[in-house]
Design a protein around this ligand. Structure first.
Ligand SMILES: C[S@@+](CC[C@H](N)C(=O)[O-])C[C@H]1O[C@@H](n2cnc3c(N)ncnc32)[C@H](O)[C@@H]1O
Length: 376
């Protein structure tokens, strides 16, 4: 793994010379950013010790969507570049608008376009969960989520944290969502939310009747999952199990390894764009090891995508990329996964417009890529 050398760049278009900003999605130098959460968390209680934690440099644009109200679905023709085998790393496009730098050494600086001081509106579905499932009085919801957001910003200043976009759920945007809930409810199937952050999508499933004990969550940052209990006030009631893990580091995913071969569904919400093409193949191969090795096992989720797939460097001190798949490049990931593991996968994917996609600092063509990948 190599470190991304972050160089100061102005808020401008990247015409050339930005290749140095763009590197592997995983960086060992980022370990310093970690809080070192080492234990699995169940019902808010740590249940076993491990050398967890991990490295991270992926930064997303935090793009999230509201309820799927009329989201336009697009399937763009694959770009010439994107249709090249293996989506070589030289395909990054110039003309990318980048956010201003966070000053070096101040990773939690708030002078960035994705830090919103106040929340303007809360998605009604999430508000319903906070008021009914979490029993937070209606007039205290804004204050409550803002207080938790402040703590989360200190853990890692993701754009989705700064913009309160974690309050826009994603799992229910899938056309497969009703079937998923039935599978979890009626057949007691299991689901892992990988890269779950606060595990807000887990709360959506549970509030829709899925048994929480069959649902698991995992994230690089144990603090996010712990803050999830604070956000949803369900430390004593939620029976889900949460694991800190680095999906890229076999040495730091051994808690997760306990789930290998046990999951019916893995949910990847706004997660895969952290990884470049090759790393994405590696991550997906790791993900399918978590699934029961049989037809019907499912990987589903969404990520920041684009009409024409590309990889974008984001110049903040922690480094990072956004790898915005288009449908063609996403399908090629799964072709590779199948070839290299002797398995067969049916990919359903779509590009959608939605809230959080189209911020000024985002790149033209940004869409939400929603997907379901079914083992045949
Ligand atoms: C953009 S957030 C999305 C969170 C949540 N799924 C959602 O939809 O809001 C991506 C999450 O992936 C986690 N993550 C990034 N790299 C990871 C890795 N290598 N292993 C495990 N989790 C990782 C981050 O800590 C972060 O919480």
């Amino acid at each position: 793994m190599t470190s991304v050398d972050i160089k100061p760049l102005p808020l401008t278009r990247l015409e050339s010379g930005y290749e140095d900003l763009i590197g592997s999605a995983d960086v060992d130098g980022a370990a310093a950013l970690l809080q070192g959460h080492t234990n699995a968390i169940r019902n808010g209680t740590e249940v076993s010790t491990a050398n967890g934690g991990g490295t991270h440099e992926g930064v997303d644009d935090g793009a999230k969507g509201p309820a799927a109200n009329g989201a336009a679905v697009e399937k763009a023709a694959p770009s010439e570049e994107a249709s090249q085998p293996n989506f070589p790393t030289g395909t990054e496009k110039p003309g990318v608008i980048i956010p201003p730098l966070q000053p070096e050494g101040k990773k939690n600086n708030k002078a960035v376009p994705w830090y919103h001081k106040e929340i303007k509106d809360i998605d009604p579905i999430t508000r319903g969960i906070l008021e009914n499932y979490s029993q937070i009085p209606a007039d205290q919801v804004e204050q409550h989520v803002t207080a938790i957001r402040e703590k989360a910003w200190d853990v890692f200043p993701y754009p989705c944290i700064g913009q309160f976009l974690f309050l826009n759920l994603t799992i229910n945007l899938s056309p497969y969502y009703p079937t998923l809930v039935s599978r979890l409810k009626d057949e007691s199937q299991t689901l892992l939310d990988l890269g779950c952050c606060f595990a807000q999508d887990v709360r959506k499933l549970v509030s829709d009747g899925a048994p929480s004990e069959n649902i698991y969550g995992a994230d690089l940052y144990g603090d996010f999952m712990d803050l999830g209990f604070e956000l949803f006030r369900d430390r004593r009631t939620l029976k889900s199990t949460f694991f800190p893990c680095d999906i890229l580091d076999e040495k730091k995913d051994f808690l997760l390894r306990g789930l290998d071969g046990e999951m019916d569904v893995v949910y990847l919400g706004l997660f895969l764009h952290h990884f470049d093409f090759e790393t994405c193949v590696t991550v997906c191969k790791r993900v399918i090891r978590l699934l029961k090795p049989k037809p019907g096992s499912l990987v589903m989720g969404c990520q920041v995508g684009s009409l024409t797939g590309d990889k974008v460097g984001i110049p903040i001190p922690s480094g990072g990329i956004l790898f915005r798949h288009d449908i063609d490049s996403f399908e090629r990931v799964w072709k590779r996964v199948g070839e290299e593991t002797g398995t067969e996968w049916k990919v359903e994917a779509r590009l959608e417009r939605g809230k959080g996609f189209g911020e000024k600092w985002q790149i033209e063509g940004t869409r939400r890529l929603g997907f379901e990948v079914l083992r045949l």
